[in-house]
Write a protein that binds this ligand. Structure first.
Ligand SMILES: [Zn+2]
Length: 71
């Protein structure tokens, strides 16, 4: 039982460390392009989900920020 908890905690630490190092993922809505294409494919507008920058902050990065600010 404790081995399982230790393994889960270890995996969490590794995941949070990875998120501290690589904080962003490509936005799933626009696949990291930051653009939302019109059906014609020629016109586009900034992706509403990521605000046009094409990146999404990972959940682990938020956890890392909580630890970093000492909450
Ligand atoms: Zn997007």
């Amino acid at each position: 039982m404790w081995t399982l908890i230790a393994l889960a905690l270890g995996a969490l630490v590794v995941y949070v460390a990875a998120c501290a190092w690589w904080p962003f993922m490509a936005c799933r809505r626009c696949l990291g392009t930051g653009k939302k294409r019109s059906p014609s494919g020629k016109a586009w507008r900034p992706c509403p989900r990521c605000g046009g920058n094409g990146r999404r902050v990972r959940l682990g990065r938020r956890i890392y920020e909580i630890f970093r600010t000492g909450a």
